[in-house]
Design a protein around this ligand. Sequence first.
Ligand code: NAD
Length: 421
Amino acid sequence: MQSESTQDAVLRTAMHNYEATAERLGLPDAIARRLAHPKEMITLQLHPAMPDGRLLDVQAHVVRHCDALGPAKGGIRMDAAVTRDMVTGLSMEMTWKTALIGVPFGGGKTGIVCNPGELPPDGKEILIRSFVRAARRHIGPEIYVPAPDMGTGQKEMGFIRDCISYSDGIAIPRGCFVTGKPVILGGIRGRREATGRGVVAALECACRHLGRDLSRLTVAVQGFGNVGAVAARELQQRGAKVVAVADLTGGTHKASGLDIAALERHVAQTGKLANFAGGDEIDPARLHETECDILLPAAAGSTIHAGNAAGIKARIIAEGANAPVTPEADKILSEAGVFFIPDILCNAGGVFVSYLEYTQETQREQMEKAEVEARLHERMETAFQEVLTYSLEKNMPMRAAAMDIAVRRVAEAITARGIHP
Ligand code: NAD
């Protein structure tokens, strides 16, 4: 692992939160040291041939942090800024998230170092298939089960499933190798929306606890992809005003509330958020300064840092993204009385519904969307309540409470397995 000064900010945040928890819990040294490092880190060199004749050189990192509770679970991020340290930090977060939301998975993550926006048509599919061929022996229902993350979605998960069954010479793979697939290929209804819906379910719980009426609150959303767009739509449906949204291409603001359906149509038609006629343009880098009650980061990690934390007006931060807040910003904002819904709780709806998809596929069953949504809502409420109760009893922030519960569960599993390091 790299030194502190050159370490990736996401890994630094993950390590900071973990080390503080291990100390609070007084974890036995053997377990504490074991959880401080990933179980396996693989770097693959891919050389996919693009339809325009170019031969790319792309690195992919697959990290399995821990499998004490079950096969590693975690999405595939495709982004030029991905590093192996970042993937390590994100895989560690997955270990805590699966434990906290109570599904029998461990933590893993994949990072493909490439800007998908720069690939020619069909290039993304070729790159994903190239990745699956190279990573084939590291993916499986009992090893590591990927899912979508930034830069990948349902379509790519469908290609992964096809690539695995095709290489095995069978129509469908035996068991669940990937979640977040199109429903027609064994995906589950409601998975695409699950993370965003889960974020909103957590926000409803937070508002109930804080005595706030969600339908009267204003929200700023950073990122308008799978998580951000769904959460924005759901929030609007509950009467909240989404006053600002930003993505990598631009930002838009309307104090009386943006029309999210119109914004979705604009993004679908133009491929970007910039130049939306239904709001005033804002600098996406200044979204955090928006006058609003709730800030919902749903983009890259570490976007809330010491440099912009003091300018944040929102008093509730719902972490749709993974590790969006650096430890320094966490301290500044917590001291200012901001209520955090920490990432391992806030965005855990996605992995919970991935678990439903995993069991559905393993048992060759079909689950109705209403059942998926009801189970998601119930599980988010249970997990939120559990974290809130612990935080009130111990008089500690929600993040520390969530980490305590999650890390203790993983440590218990390691002990119960009887594996002595
Ligand atoms: P996505 O690729 O669908 O969308 C990402 C969005 O963020 C895009 O609109 C992009 O333009 C924007 N963005 C990226 N960097 C930005 C920046 N610096 N400033 C402003 N906007 C920026 O990704 P997603 O699946 O919605 O994931 C978003 C976040 O949620 C990630 O942190 C991811 O790890 C986390 N997450 C996703 C899921 C899931 O099910 N997809 C589950 C849990 C957590």
